[in-house]
Design a protein. Structure first.
Length: 483
């Protein structure tokens, strides 16, 4: 008997996608590839791209010829009318462990929110049955919203964190999984913290070892060092993580300057360094592989320091509004040369969707603009549709060191993508398949047929949701599908 073995992470068939592909050409511009074909090999790499042919049939035949693939070796997915492929979204900051709390924050602000809602839920996930339920739901939900890469905070608990890594690998989401380090007595509750700096670093190594075992080479899932934030960490933990970062060349994630009370707290705990960013810098944690969430209340000097160190920022507008934290200034960050991505920051943010984060980034930028008197500066502040979608894809990829791997449809990148379908309105004002008393739940975006592609994309950004995300692939593997 001949056994056909499919290597781990390898698909049985080649994949050819046909139709319209849209991705960022630059921060300011989207590129539209029509009548195009993208060929994906069995390891999920984009092996050939042809575009602007007379029809998708011509594009398909050309790409099959180029690759030397027979039709029976290939799965073909063709866009329906008005559909398009878009790169998968990248969530650069999300707490998988807080997913059950989305929407539950009342009128709280960061520090009381942590005590009232967050720490009790996170600590309860050392119950592995509960963690399985929460993490499975979180990974599936975010995939359904087109998030092909997620940068997760888990909890303090090692087995539950390792479980999250297992689930990302088996369900098929590209992920960075961080065991949360928090050992400072006083700020961290006694019922939920690492016992000592040594215990914190030991537990961190245990999760790294687990991911080394399940995904050597970190092809889909990678560990990420995760000091929760300066107020929750001792100097010894931060210094230990710095050494671990240098030893293992791992990325780092933490929070910075989210809330004014938090900034004051950091000043009282760490009076010497002179700023929140300087606290991390003094502990060697501002590296080019560091992703700092929020960065709402940074000073000019802190912005310059972060830029000098080439650390990245995860902008989390939904969270910043929900917890009344303030308005982060993306244009200001970009002007300083800082790379920025988007984060849902569930459950500081109430939405699992990066499309929602992109939409809210445009709105928050307008609130920033409304505080500026100078008209030129005011206008420049406002993020465009194109810029928001750049943040959601390539911007996030750059923040995570994945700029050459994902975020667009180029040969040599991995195929992390979503198929988007909008609601086409027919002559009778109904959508395909509808009659007057049978509503098709195809989402909120009604396309009338006269819109330009740029207008369709704007309509998707402002009114789209997971109902528009018809299929999702990570590394060439189909990981979500809906009708
Ligand atoms: N700062 C420290 N921990 C957290 C958290 O869980 N969420 C947010 N938004 N900020 C934090
Ligand atoms: Fe957060």
């Amino acid at each position: 008997m001949v056994l056909t073995r499919v290597a781990a992470g390898e698909q049985k068939k080649f994949l050819v996608l046909l139709g319209t592909f849209i991705h960022s050409k630059s921060r300011a511009e989207l590129e539209y590839l029509h009548n195009a074909a993208v060929a994906v090999d069995r390891q999920g790499w984009i092996a050939a791209v042809v575009k602007d042919r007379g029809s998708v049939g011509v594009a398909r035949d050309e790409v099959l010829g180029q690759m030397g693939w027979r039709a029976d070796e290939v799965d073909v997915v063709q866009c329906g009318e008005g559909q398009f492929f878009f790169p998968g979204f990248i969530d650069t900051h999300v707490h998988a462990s807080q997913y059950p709390n989305v929407g539950i924050f009342g009128k709280s602000t960061l520090l009381d929110w942590l005590d009232k809602y967050t720490f009790p839920l996170e600590s309860s996930l050392s119950d592995l049955a509960k963690a399985t339920k929460v993490y499975t739901a979180c990974v599936r939900r975010t995939l359904a919203h087109g998030t092909t890469t997620a940068t997760y905070f888990a909890t303090v608990d090692v087995p539950a964190t390792n479980l999250l890594a297992d689930l990302c690998l088996s369900i098929g989401q590209r992920a960075f999984v961080g065991r949360v380090c928090m050992d400072r007595k006083g700020l961290c509750p006694d019922y939920y913290r690492d016992e000592s700096p040594e215990a914190s670093l030991r537990a961190t190594r245990e999760t790294i070892a687990h991911i080394d075992e399940i995904d050597p080479g970190y092809r889909l899932v990678s560990p990420i060092l995760t000091p929760r934030f300066a107020p929750a960490c001792s100097k010894d933990v931060m210094n230990g993580l710095m050494k671990l970062q240098r030893e293992k060349k791992l990325p780092v994630q933490t929070h910075i300057s989210e809330n004014k009370g938090e900034v004051e707290l950091v000043k009282t705990i760490y009076p010497e360094p002179g700023s929140y960013a300087a606290v991390y810098d003094d502990h060697g944690l501002l590296t080019p592989e560091t992703v700092l969430a929020h960065a709402v209340h940074l000073t000019e000097e802190e912005g310059n320091l972060i830029s000098q160190r080439e650390s990245k920022i995860s902008h989390c507008p939904c969270s910043n509004s929900s917890l009344t934290s303030g308005e982060a200034r993306v244009r200001w960050m970009w002007d300083k040369g800082i790379d920025v991505g988007l984060g849902t920051d569930m459950s500081g943010g109430y939405s699992p969707s990066i499309l929602e984060a992109a939409r809210q980034a445009t709105l928050m930028s307008r609130h920033v603009a409304m505080q500026i008197d100078d008209e030129g500066c005011r206008e420049k502040c406002k993020l465009t549709v194109e810029e928001a979608l750049y943040l959601a894809t390539r911007g996030g990829a750059v923040c995570l060191g994945l700029g050459d791997e994902v975020g667009g449809f180029e040969v040599g990148k991995q195929l992390d993508a979503q198929l988007i379908g909008l609601g086409e309105v027919g002559q009778d004002g109904l959508r395909a398949g509808e009659n007057s008393n049978d509503w098709v739940d195809a989402g909120n975006v009604d396309v009338f047929g006269w819109e330009t592609w740029e207008e369709r994309i704007a309509k998707w950004l402002y009114n789209g949701d997971d109902r528009n995300t018809k299929k999702v692939w990570v590394k060439g593997r189909l990981v979500h599908s809906r009708r």
